[in-house]
Ligand binder design. Structure first.
Ligand SMILES: [Zn+2]
Length: 288
């Protein structure tokens, strides 16, 4: 740390060029600037939410990427489940959720819902562009169709919010910054290592926080889509309890675990999303 402090970013001008400018520092600055500018120039308006986002790929790129990654993801979780009745239920609830998307006519994604045979890993996940998966292990833990709707709606939320593409854009940025720090520190072997470690720790922190926000944002989509499709969004709280119990039992943790917000945080956020979107209370006749 002290080495880093006294190194390229500290007082090196005495043995550097006469004008006191360290050329490595200039290069590092240019690399960092390039990373920041290219990140900031990646601005797109989300077709469904209307929010401005820093994303470099098009929805078509996302769809292609998701389709490319799909076979491997499926193979990792035992392939498609053989139970066609359960698969049909997943498809049917998925279709109801898609019809419940606000501004759904602007939806550029090609959603497909898959029940995977994996009986061990309690998991649900989504690839950019619309491939959504739930494992048999999680499916069997769920007690109501509303809970299934909540899980799938959460995953649809990740796709709509373009979390994958956003994260990739952000990783490009953080990698650029890591590179800049490494260039700047490269005249001292130890300093370079420390600098790179520091930069990567910062990068991880940024991405970790980001991941938590993504999950909470997707939980909000879980509430909105499930309720719009006629399911009681309070079923999402039941899902959280199931996930909490599963991870307490030493089971391999679901989806997101390293970036997971706490159980309490998520339940709070779900309750406040329900109050925000249904200020006059939930409509009657919702399915559990
Ligand atoms: Zn998630």
């Amino acid at each position: 740390m002290t080495q880093f402090g006294r190194g390229p970013f500290g007082g090196r001008g005495d043995r550097g060029s006469r004008r006191g400018i360290n050329p490595r520092l200039v290069i590092a600055g240019v690399v960092a600037l390039f990373a920041i500018i290219s990140f900031l120039s990646m601005r797109q308006i989300n077709p469904i939410t209307g929010k401005v986002q820093h994303v470099s790929m098009s929805p078509q790129d996302e769809i292609a990427l998701g389709l490319q990654a799909m076979p491997e993801m499926m193979q990792m979780h035992g392939g498609e489940d053989r139970d066609s009745a359960d698969q049909r239920l997943v498809d049917a609830i998925g279709a109801e959720l898609l019809r419940a998307i606000p501004n759904g006519e602007n939806n550029p994604y090609q959603f497909e819902f898959h029940l995977l045979a994996d009986p061990q890993t309690i998991n649900a996940f989504a690839l950019p562009g619309g491939q959504v998966f739930i494992t048999r292990a999680l499916f069997d833990k769920l007690q109501t169709e509303g809970q299934l709707a909540g899980v799938l709606a959460h995953e649809v939320g990740h796709v709509i919010e373009r979390h994958g593409a956003q994260r990739m854009a952000k990783m490009g940025l953080t990698q650029g910054l890591v590179g800049a720090v490494a260039v700047g520190a490269s005249d001292s072997q130890v300093g370079a290592q420390q600098a790179a470690q520091l930069a990567s720790a910062v990068a991880q922190l940024v991405n970790l926080k980001y991941g938590r926000e993504d999950e909470l944002e997707s939980d909000t989509w879980g509430v909105i889509l499930a309720a719009n499709a006629g399911y009681d969004p309070r079923a999402m709280i039941g899902v959280m309890d199931i996930l909490e119990e599963a991870s307490a039992g030493g089971q391999k943790p679901p989806e997101f675990m390293s970036t997971h917000p706490s159980h309490g945080n998520r339940v709070e956020r779900i309750k406040s999303a329900i109050e925000t979107y249904f200020p006059d209370g939930l409509p009657s006749g919702l399915r559990p």
